[in-house]
Design a protein around this ligand. Sequence first.
Ligand code: ATP
Ligand code: MG
Length: 275
Amino acid sequence: KNVSDAFFRDELQTLAANGQIDAFRGKFLDMHPYDQTAFFMELPEDIRLHIYTYLSPEEMAAIMEHIELDDIKPLVTEMDPRFAAMVIAEMATDDAVDILNELRKDVVVSLLTIMDDKNADEIKELLHYEEKTAGSIMTTEFVEIYQATTVSDAMQYLKAEAPEAETIYYLYVVDADKHLVGVLSLRDLIIADSDVKIADLMSDKVLSVSVAEDQEDVARMIRDYDFLALPVVDFQNHLLGIITVDDILDVMDEEASDDYSKLAGVSDVERPKDS
Ligand code: ATP
Ligand code: MG
């Protein structure tokens, strides 16, 4: 039974409409968030409004991450603002920023006011970056570690950080002033002896991009070097964020359609945003 089955969809919708929350949650959350999204996007508004009250902000955030940016605005607007703020706070910061960039300024301000300070501050930082730069697509959920740390302490630390991190495959090494000084992969870490220091394990030839770098150049670099992620630094080489390969796929889509529009002679004004 899955979302492509019309009977299953009807059954789920009936459970939602009748307020059979536990039964609904059981069947709904059993699906992959991508399928949850496919079901959700077919629903009429009154049922969507029910569902916002059945799901936790975290569960709703997982769905939001699969919704096209163009479709998100009405959803955020119809949600209770407190719930919307919590959902956005649960999302990866780069996705949260993409959504906020679609909303009216006053809506953004009120959502950020409701949100807890830690999440609001991270998002506010990212909102400042110029469109189509590395800064505008990076996320701040990365794992950073100090050179003096041992492998076993690094493993403990990674375990604690993993639930929030966008990727745990690379650990970026920073000095006391948060300058980026090295990198190692999870593979490097788990095959090393537990009392080895990170300084002796890391590679100090770490490639990074500047926050101001064009997203197209970042895409090219990730592709050429076959990395799963790249660190983003400011002009003093402070580590600010990472860009992961899934963000790069979105960039490539966007740039391909930009190029297509140019070829087809469609002006920027006529072209719908982000299509
Ligand atoms: P390998 O390709 O060696 O089998 P892997 O497939 O596990 O390793 P990769 O993603 O290919 O991992 O990374 C290989 C190496 O590249 C890792 O040891 C990692 O430390 C290094 N690395 C990762 N990111 C960067 C970076 N930004 N700059 C330089 N080196 C990096
Ligand atoms: Mg490799």
